[in-house]
Design a binder for this molecule. Structure first.
Ligand code: FE2
Ligand code: FE2
Ligand code: FE2
Ligand code: FE2
Length: 431
């Protein structure tokens, strides 16, 4: 049976306002929540933040009274939804624990999308970003243990490997080469459009979370690690948003935002084992169906074409969480030495020109050392080795992956060397 979001019945707009008690009352238990309930919660918070931001931006550019009124009513609803979703994080979940959840979202969501993305170029871009968030998870995991004694597996629950990826110090690019080719709005499928908007929302919220919380640690090494990785998340937002067609009108973008909300709530609802969260996903799906249908009406009136031309007549599935360990491993082994080029393409490290634009950025930003290398240095000093959660075969490959994945030019002065990784291989980590 197909689910046509333009036809399904939602909650009428005039019934969408809720009490503050209802908005704020839900919290999960960090010790028994399923890791993928937490990733859904983190992702949907990002989707709501983007919906709210976009509507404010649209209002500032519009003199269309009917649209401004629709935006005025619904941005408050988006905001209420955002609070409900974000505030399900319990107060005893530390910033680093939440951070591991954010990077688990980035890894497992991007991997799933890459496998369900019809556009080859968009897929290649997803695979590229995937290996960067994968490395962030590894770096933050060391601090989570050192600062709070957290076993990162309590958060990722064996679903996501924790091991070196493309080293973070090499994620710092000239932002101009992060700009990618955009899809053509008349040719791209609804799946591609919703995938990209979902990922942009998740990456943007990751950036915002690090921006708002990294300074809450007094430990200078952790503060600077947040500063470094936050800077990469800024690059990720720039990269993924550049895939979108800038020729979509604001009406078309409004339609796509509501459609993206509907599709994600639909998937969350279908996948969710936790009753408290499932009820929220179900209610918010009904909220969004109404937003979508109003947005479709606005779009059709302004553009004289049917909303179906843009979003089709059935749901698409942008997000689904399950373990992606084998897929990520495949991409890791294949693409750890991949880099972005100035002509919007990709190349291996060995093919980069000597004047590659990102070398300069890496030299400037990393001249005092990379905090993400300090993370490994510090745990090596205290425990003799780094925390790695992966099967032995893969874990043993760290020196080889580093050898291939690290640029020889412009290395941070505190880089943990291949020899040091070989040395760490002989030791077992004792929690
Ligand atoms: Fe919403
Ligand atoms: Fe990340
Ligand atoms: Fe990211
Ligand atoms: Fe909405």
């Amino acid at each position: 049976m197909t689910f046509n979001p333009l036809k399904e019945k939602g909650i009428p707009l005039e019934k969408q306002v809720r009490t503050w008690c209802d908005i704020a009352k839900r919290k999960f238990n960090k010790n028994d929540v399923d890791c993928y309930s937490r990733t859904r919660q983190i992702m949907m918070n990002g989707i709501e933040v983007e919906a709210w931001n976009f509507k404010h931006a649209f209002s500032r550019f519009s003199d269309d009274d009917e649209v401004k009124e629709f935006l005025a009513v619904t941005k408050r609803i988006e905001d209420m939804q955002q609070t409900t979703v974000n505030w399900m994080s319990p107060e005893d979940q530390t910033i680093l624990e939440t951070t591991l959840g954010y990077e688990q979202v980035a890894v497992d969501l991007t991997a799933w999308m890459a496998q369900n993305e019809p556009d080859d170029y968009v897929r290649e871009t997803f695979n590229f970003g995937l290996l960067e968030d994968f490395d962030h998870l590894y770096r933050y995991s060391q601090w989570a243990y050192l600062e709070h004694g957290i076993n990162p597996n309590d958060i990722v629950q064996g679903m996501t490997d924790v091991i070196l990826g493309r080293p973070t110090q090499n994620h710092h690019n000239c932002n101009i080469i992060r700009l990618r080719k955009s899809y053509d709005k008349n040719k791209a499928t609804p799946q591609t459009k919703v995938n990209i908007l979902t990922l942009v929302s998740a990456e943007q919220q990751t950036h915002n979370y690090y921006a708002e919380h990294g300074m809450e640690y007094g430990n200078e090494k952790i503060r600077t690690t947040y500063a470094e990785i936050k800077d990469v998340e800024e690059e990720h937002v720039t990269m993924y948003e550049s895939l979108m067609d800038p020729n979509e009108s604001l009406y078309e973008k409004l339609l796509l935002h509501e459609f993206t909300e509907v599709c994600n709530y639909y998937t969350c609802y279908k996948d969710e084992p936790d009753e408290m969260l499932k009820d929220v996903w179900e209610e918010f799906l009904a909220v969004e169906l109404t937003h979508l249908q109003h947005a479709a009406e606005i779009f059709e009136k302004r553009e004289n074409r049917s909303a179906e031309e843009v979003i089709g007549n059935e749901i698409v599935i942008p997000s689904h969480f399950e373990s992606q360990r084998s897929y990520v491993r495949k991409i890791l082994e294949k693409e750890v030495d991949k880099r972005l080029t100035g002509d919007k393409g990709f190349a291996k490290i060995s093919e980069l020109p000597a004047d590659w634009a990102s070398y300069k950025i890496q030299e400037m930003s990393g001249k005092n050392g990379a905090p993400t290398e300090t993370a490994i240095r510090t745990i090596k000093l205290q425990k003799g080795r780094d925390i790695v959660l992966a099967d032995d075969n893969l874990a043993k490959k760290q020196p080889e992956l580093l050898e291939r994945g690290l640029e020889k030019k412009s290395q941070a002065p505190n880089t943990v060397t291949v020899e040091e990784y070989i040395e760490m291989n002989d030791k077992t980590f004792e929690f």
